[in-house]
Write a protein that binds this ligand. Structure first.
Ligand code: SAM
Length: 236
């Protein structure tokens, strides 16, 4: 992976946030798995070797769910690099990030905006302690001019929003994707990018959203076979 101009402070911060998130997920999955440490380690290896589309089914088969508001559940470095590059290419005025957690995806967006020298990512998160961590990192890395953090439930946040957006990244609990998108779609500019994570890992929960996009007369979309399954759409 090659991210241009990622300064060493940001790089160190992201490494530590990615590591913490991965450790939390492993601990949560381990607690739900009835087997030895060796069996769990084999399970992790099997999961790592799966193609993205098999991941959701695999987790369900083993009774593992990591949806837990105390966890970071951050995007992977590869997904971060993808969002970073898309931002550099799109040169957005406003990005709407739905579900910011401790701010990993926010940092990739904000760093790209810093390089471009303009734009804002509107970050949304309901957990106060996660917002505190996000804002501490954003400020200490000099990225505050590019981030507008809105605390609280994303449905109230989005109802109160006045901006129109060039990009939206959906990463809240998967069962809420369709309801939030119905509100957000009125705020997307023509040509806006629609990105949604966990399309494979939460395939059952996101199905109403997927069907809605597939049937939408003004949206062109597909699911990218990448990481957790990424919906990639364009507003026509
Ligand atoms: C998968 S995590 C987001 C990870 C984040 N994008 C990152 O890369 O670090 C989902 C986050 O969405 C938040 N969330 C879920 N439903 C929400 C809602 N209705 N309003 C605000 N935040 C919500 C959760 O608290 C959680 O922190």
């Amino acid at each position: 992976m090659n991210i241009v101009n990622l300064n060493s402070g940001l790089s160190a911060c992201l490494s530590s946030l990615h590591k913490k998130s991965e450790e939390e997920i492993h601990a949560k999955a381990r607690a739900q798995f009835n087997g030895s440490d060796k069996e769990f380690s084999d399970l992790l290896k099997q999961y790592g070797a799966l193609v993205p589309i098999e991941k959701g089914h695999f987790l369900k088969t083993h009774g593992i769910s990591v949806q837990d508001s105390s966890l970071s559940l951050s995007i992977s470095p590869e997904m971060g690099n993808f969002l970073f590059n898309l931002t550099l290419s799109k040169r957005p005025e406003f990005i709407l990030e739905l579900g910011s957690s401790r701010g990993v995806s926010t940092l990739y967006f904000a760093e790209a905006l810093r390089i471009l020298g303009r734009g804002k990512v509107v970050a949304t998160e309901m957990e106060d302690s996660k917002c505190d961590t996000l804002w501490r990192n954003v400020e200490s890395l000099g990225l505050a001019p590019f981030v507008d953090l809105r605390r609280g439930d994303v449905f109230s946040t989005v109802e109160a929003i006045n901006e129109t957006f060039d990009m939206v990244f959906i990463d809240i609990w998967a069962s809420g994707y369709l309801d939030i998108f119905r509100i957000v779609e009125k705020r997307l500019k023509p040509g806006a990018l629609i990105l949604a994570d966990n399309m494979y890992t939460s395939s059952d929960e996101v199905l109403p959203f997927k069907i809605f996009l597939d049937d939408h007369p003004c949206i062109s979309n597909l699911t990218l076979d990448f990481e957790s399954g990424v919906e990639f759409g364009i507003v026509l």
